[in-house]
Ligand binder design. Structure first.
Ligand SMILES: *[C@@H]1O[C@H](CO)[C@@H](O)[C@H](O)[C@H]1NC(C)=O
Ligand SMILES: *[C@@H]1O[C@H](CO)[C@@H](O)[C@H](O)[C@H]1NC(C)=O
Length: 441
């Protein structure tokens, strides 16, 4: 069963905006709906048509945005905190990606955001299921919105979303070749992405040490803890590795006085660092990595005015209500690398872009460099020989906002002064990068 609804109820938002004295773009054009991707597994999507003064949406690309976690909601966090037309206060966002592309948010894996399952066994437990679920959604989307079949389609992602995006891109490439999905797939962009978890964990110590956030004792402690993660990963004990990853984070917090994993220039509030009595490591990791994507004011927005606007959300479904189960069901898959999937994408000729924030700890740039240098892709030696190019920050001309390097179908953007959530931290630079990747300048 498929329920879908066009933008008539946008009036609700207008009423809210009117109450607040805000202006909301009246010609905004949206659609949303649910697709049943498996028995009892309902996936929510929300599309914003590109809204540009100079181009029709059919002349601009389509971007699908995938949030991390797993369990973080693109329709909520990505939309209202990062790239959507309105911010969390429902004010227009100057750096919205909707001015350069149609944007499709999908709450995945099932159970994330407004997606839900009514069966305890309805959650995905591996990336293969995450990908096959998304293929069901994309087949439906491009079949029922045939006007998007020829528009260049890009997948952008953040954090764990990148691990999902890589796997989804590979399945999509196969489905297009087989003729089962009709779309013009143009590339995938992996932002601060959890492609090689071990490389991230192993570089935490050196990165924090060189940025004055660990002393010699702290460096030794963090490296020891990371070494235990490495042993578990090498022994293919992936659930154990997930637990030891959590332990390593605790060691980092203790030695740095609570550095924020998402931006090393900030600190976690004290209450975040206190373990609750009897809290298991899954609950702790959900608190560390999923709850920050569904903070109180965002949850109130999504479960208040937004669900009212959307109309189709079932009574007993709460935005974010199943996020913890999404995460815990994926715990055995969490530490598995997908570097080989990136290699397969490159060999298949898919355009792959990596972009990473300078101040991100959880997926630090050092770790990304390490797995990139291990790619088997035959263009890698030529990529390595190139020097990078500085890019001006569009918000401060003359000031470098990023470095860029690209060879054939592979590119890397080093985004300066940004943590894990690049569009939140450096909106103008992120928009500029979107335009470059989608060939708009
Ligand atoms: C919501 O209620 C329906 C009907 O009572 C039930 O079948 C379904 O399992 C519930 N879903 C959730 C996510 O609780
Ligand atoms: C893929 O990247 C190459 C090299 O940058 C570019 O020439 C090509 O047009 C890109 N394709 C798409 C569909 O963006």
């Amino acid at each position: 069963m498929v329920r879908s609804q066009a933008a008539e109820t946008f009036l609700v938002l207008l009423a809210i905006a009117a109450n607040k004295g805000l202006s909301v773009p009246l010609d905004n054009h949206e659609a949303w709906g649910y697709v049943d991707v498996r028995d009892g597994a309902h996936m929510f999507w929300w599309l914003y048509y590109a809204d540009s003064p100079s181009a029709h949406y059919q002349d601009l690309p389509l971007v699908m945005w995938l949030q991390g976690g797993p369990g973080g909601s693109g329709s909520g966090f990505g939309n209202f905190e990062e790239i959507g037309p309105l911010n969390r206060d429902l004010e227009p966002r100057k750096t919205s990606w909707v001015q350069a592309a149609s944007v499709l948010f999908v709450d995945n894996p099932v159970g994330t955001g407004f997606s839900y399952t009514d069966r305890p066994d309805g959650f995905a437990t591996d990336v293969a299921t995450v990908a096959s679920d998304m293929l069901v959604l994309l087949e439906h989307f491009f079949r029922t919105k045939a006007d998007f079949q020829n528009i260049p389609f890009y997948i952008f992602s953040e954090s764990y979303g990148g691990k999902m995006a890589a796997a989804i891109s590979l399945e999509l490439t196969k489905a297009i070749a087989q003729g089962t999905v009709k779309c013009n797939f143009a590339g995938v962009a992996l932002g601060d992405s959890w492609i090689s978890p071990l490389d991230s964990v192993m570089t935490w110590g050196p990165y924090l040490y060189t940025t004055s956030l660990l002393d010699d004792y702290g460096l030794a402690d963090v490296n020891n803890a990371a070494g235990a993660v490495k042993q578990a990963v090498e022994a293919q004990q992936f659930s154990k590795a997930t637990e030891l990853w959590s332990v390593t984070e605790t060691v980092v917090e203790q030695n740095t006085n609570g550095v924020n994993f998402y931006n090393i220039l900030t600190q976690e509030p004290d209450e975040k660092l206190t373990l609750s009595e009897g809290e298991d490591y899954i609950a702790l990791q959900v608190r560390r990595h999923v709850h920050r994507l569904q903070g109180r004011s965002l949850s109130e927005l999504m479960n208040g005015p937004i669900r009212k606007k959307l109309v189709i959300i079932p009574q007993n479904v709460t935005w974010g209500g199943q996020a913890e189960e999404v995460f815990s069901n994926m715990a055995g898959d969490f530490m598995k690398p997908v570097v080989d999937v990136v290699d397969q994408l490159l060999n298949a000729g898919v355009n792959v872009t990596i972009y990473n924030g300078q101040l991100d700890l959880i997926v630090d740039t050092m770790g990304q460099e390490m797995w990139v240098k291990r790619l088997k892709w035959k263009g890698l030696p030529s990529f390595n020989q190139l020097r990078w190019t500085p890019l001006d920050d569009p918000a401060s001309p003359g000031i470098t906002g990023a470095f860029y390097k690209g060879y054939k179908n592979f590119a890397f953007y080093w985004i300066l002064k940004a943590g894990h959530m690049i569009p939140s931290d450096q909106g103008p630079m992120a928009l500029q990068m979107l335009k470059m990747i989608t060939q708009q300048n």
